[in-house]
Design a protein around this ligand. Structure first.
Ligand code: SF4
Ligand code: SF4
Length: 542
């Protein structure tokens, strides 16, 4: 086992025994084999398309597989083995129609027994990507970006929005990883990955807003009712919508958890009166919060934590989509109308006691680009008259490391003439601090999920245009981003592609970067990591 894809990687170099995330050695190896199987399938789809054969189903499977390998998404060996088997079947089917040049072992590799899978899995993985450690590091960088891109592409696809160019890029990049390359060549691939990161986030934004309308400023209750509840976590808005439709009028309330909080701001979802509020905090507090919730929990995507041995909630947690945990039930069945069948969860909820209250407050959300641009006049006036000195983008992920307390302290100590622009679950570090407002503009503007970081790039580009600036870096905007997993990598690569310089990422720099790669990235883009709150505050406010 070797995995270095997330911020919690052991000693910031790589997990080699068990994952810090709880991923077992065999599961980690299977994730690597799944990527390998996707490479073989990508070589087949690319050839098939040249001959005019449609490969949408296979491309969808590739993004689904990559999504499954994201940190904290899928811990279930059976599901991963099934996904590998499906890659092999799709590939064989295409091989019967078109000649696939055997330029990589993944084209010819096949196996049928689980043992063969586990054996092969030990020989695959990112350490095999290249002998040159810098090229290997950059290939890992691209692959992790692709995983984030695949996640966003799958959410968009679930809502009926797909872009063949994005499928093509993901598959070409998977093939590229199988070939020799140079540091210079890889840097170009890295920028292309950022470019497609912008495209996929724009696509998902279009999918979400077309399906559910533009997010509106919304107050979300953090309290509970006396009805039984279902808690929905993860990022997939389509799953949430289907659950809301099926549970309407049944005396059950639906609560969001962690990254599902932004759902409350969409008109097409907030219209359901039983979408009651948000329960709890970021993903890493789930082991306690699921216990006190009392009712069923549905994971639509990551971030899952393997349950404790003493866990009392295993029989009431369900997964769907790319997520999986051997101890929990997976929802895959569909109703005749095409929706996922959530009846088992709804039935179970009826028999459960209501959630135990954790708090009784309110969160204000819904500041995605459309809403912020409505406020653009007010914001520009405040910038011009000095009431807003700086805007700090503090998007990204949250995690369990103690060092992340930095973000709470940083937010609390920012002067009152600064505004925090946030998205992703990083917000839970400071969204309950009551930081106040500046002439009616809240000091924490929450755009939504991590993909909604696109909103901040969009707003910045608009402000640059309105102010007639020749360089986006002249805006009174700073980036202090907390990263954890691979969606944060694609978001950050998108920012680099758009020309944002001197972004801060933390709490540590990625462990997959070699010293040379880090030097190149720092010289080219001015990327820095966090130091101390005081030092960073003085730099940011300078
Ligand atoms: S996902 Fe992160 S914590 Fe889990 S095994 Fe990989 S590097 Fe380690
Ligand atoms: S922002 Fe990142 S860490 Fe947070 S729930 Fe989403 S995927 Fe997980």
């Amino acid at each position: 086992m070797f995995c270095n894809q997330c911020q919690e990687t052991a000693k910031n170099t790589g997990c080699t025994i068990n994952g810090v995330c709880g991923k077992k050695e065999k599961t980690s190896d299977l994730h690597d084999l799944l990527v390998f199987a996707c490479q073989g399938l990508a070589l087949a789809t690319t050839e098939a398309r040249k001959k005019g054969i449609k490969t949408d189903v296979e491309s969808r499977h590739i993004i689904h597989c990559l999504f499954m390998t994201i940190t904290n998404a899928n811990f279930d060996d059976r599901a991963i083995i099934k996904a590998i088997n499906d890659c092999l079947s799709y590939k064989e089917n295409l091989k019967n129609k078109v000649n696939i040049p055997s330029i990589h072992e993944s084209v010819s590799w096949s196996a049928s027994s689980e043992n063969e899978f586990y054996e092969k899995a030990k020989q695959t993985g990112t350490l095999t990507f290249d002998k040159n450690e810098d090229v290997r590091s950059l290939k890992q960088y691209v692959l992790f970006g692709l995983k984030g891109m695949a996640a966003y592409a799958e959410h968009a696809s679930n809502l009926g929005f797909e872009d063949q160019e994005i499928f093509d890029f993901i598959e070409q990049a998977l093939i590229m990883i199988t070939k020799p390359s140079s540091v210079e060549g890889m840097l170009q691939w890295l920028m292309h990955t950022g470019e497609y990161g912008v495209k996929v986030m724009a696509l998902l934004d279009k999918a979400n807003t077309s399906a559910f309308g533009n997010p509106e400023i919304t107050k979300v209750s953090t309290g509970t009712s006396n009805n039984p509840g279902i808690l929905v976590s993860g990022h997939d808005l389509k799953d949430l919508e289907e659950l809301l439709i099926q549970s309407e009028g049944q005396g059950i309330d639906i609560y969001t958890h962690s990254e599902m909080l932004p759902a409350h701001a969409y008109p097409g979802l907030k219209k359901y009166r039983h979408l009651r509020g948000n329960y709890g905090n970021a993903w890493h507090r789930q082991q306690d919060e699921f216990e006190s919730f009392n009712g069923p929990v549905l994971f639509t995507t990551n971030c899952l934590i393997p349950p404790r041995k003493t866990s009392i909630y295993n029989n009431r947690v369900f997964t769907t989509g790319p997520s999986g945990m051997p101890e929990w039930k997976y929802i895959n069945k569909r109703l005749p109308n095409g929706q996922k069948d959530f009846s088992e969860i709804i039935e179970l909820a009826r028999k459960c006691p209501p959630p135990k209250p954790l708090e009784d407050g309110e969160l204000t959300i819904g500041f995605a680009h459309n809403q912020v641009l409505n406020l653009a006049g007010k914001i520009l006036e405040a910038i011009n008259n000095g009431t807003i000195r700086k805007m700090i983008v503090m998007s990204g992920c949250d995690g369990r490391m103690k060092s992340r307390e930095y973000y709470t302290e940083f937010a609390a100590k920012l002067p009152k003439d600064t505004v925090i622009l946030t998205s992703g679950c990083a917000k839970y570090r400071y969204n309950k601090l009551n930081l106040g407002d500046i002439n009616g503009i809240p000091r924490v503007l929450d755009a939504g999920q991590c993909n909604d970081s696109y909103s901040w790039a969009f707003v910045a580009l608009k402000l640059k245009e309105i102010l007639g600036l020749d360089d986006i870096n002249k805006l009174p905007l700073e980036f202090n981003i907390a990263w954890y997993e691979q969606k944060a990598i694609i978001v950050h690569l998108a920012l680099l592609f758009l020309g944002f310089k001197n972004t801060r990422i933390g709490p540590t720099l990625p462990g997959f970067m070699t010293p040379n790669v880090l030097k190149i990235i720092q010289e080219k883009f001015g990327v820095q990591t966090i130091t101390s709150v005081e030092k960073d505050l003085s730099m940011v406010l300078a």
